[in-house]
Design a protein around this ligand. Structure first.
Ligand code: ZN
Length: 269
């Protein structure tokens, strides 16, 4: 009985394996699909004739990516992540843009939509869910760089304490190389909720609340230029890097807090 069942199954497996007789049909289908896509081959030919070179040379040009970049749609990429949240403006077809070398581009704040306004994008995400509800893909790059030059030093998480030499210290933020006096910028728009001396090692510290459970903190500062209650824009200079508090030298200790808990800032930068 058991054996029969086993051999019965084997037969079934054999039968399904022999269904690889589907392969020729698959191949034909694939061929048809390729033929239905006029793209590749014809493009090569067009590129080749436009460039006044043979088809082989055209293909080589295309393969380098120097030519094909022109045919990649502008709406691909990061926006795909937020497809469910896309506004009509974001999904609208992109007009083709041409400009002469002398053209001057004037940016009007009101004409900048959420698609290219990272702060508007973050505020939009936080308007529909708490910071803790954001997916890693939504959180990634949602914050701006707090320094012009971002060179990571000590990472977030457990480490050997640079002060006590003690293993197992939990490092609550990400350190970045910064000389004392380097401008420190708000990672996103928000409201200053703390600007003063941090009693637990942060030295001079600024905390910015971005709303709905998301906060960033800037520590060991030599000075700060904001006060509690100030509204700051993304990228606004809020302080100067320093080495106040529990610090072994000039650098920026940057923290991201979600619902009051520190998280790895690299998931947000
Ligand atoms: Zn640190």
């Amino acid at each position: 009985m058991t054996q029969q069942a086993v051999s019965g199954r084997r037969r079934a497996e054999t039968a399904s394996a022999s269904e690889s007789g589907l392969r020729p049909r698959d191949a034909a289908r694939r061929g048809r699909r390729a033929a239905a896509r006029p793209g590749a081959v014809r493009q090569f030919a067009e590129i080749a004739s436009a460039a006044g070179v043979g088809q082989k040379a055209g293909m080589a040009l295309a393969a380098t990516g120097l030519v094909l970049t022109a045919t990649i749609p502008t709406t691909a990429g990061a926006d795909a992540v937020d497809a469910g949240l896309a506004t009509a403006a974001e999904t609208a077809p992109q007009p083709q843009v041409t400009a002469s070398g002398e053209a001057v581009v004037a940016f009007s704040r009101t004409s900048v939509g959420t698609q290219i306004d990272p702060d508007g994008r973050l505020q939009h995400l936080l308007s529909v869910q708490s910071a803790g509800g954001l997916t890693p893909a939504q959180a990634k790059s949602s914050l701006g760089d707090p320094l012009d030059s971002m060179v990571a030093s000590s990472a977030f998480g457990y480490r050997v304490s640079p002060l006590s030499g003690w293993a197992g210290e939990f490092h609550r933020g990400q350190d970045f190389v910064a000389q004392c006096g380097t401008a420190v910028k708000a990672a996103a728009g928000g409201t200053v909720t703390f600007a003063g001396w941090h009693p637990y090692g942060g030295g001079m510290r600024v905390v910015v609340d971005h709303g709905n459970g998301l906060e960033t903190t800037y520590n060991h500062l030599s000075a700060f230029s904001v006060a509690v209650g100030d509204r700051v824009e993304r990228g606004a200079i809020v302080a100067l890097a320093g080495t106040t508090g529990a610090s072994t030298g000039c650098h920026l200790h940057f923290e991201v807090m979600v619902n009051g808990e520190v998280v790895d800032p690299n998931g947000w930068l």
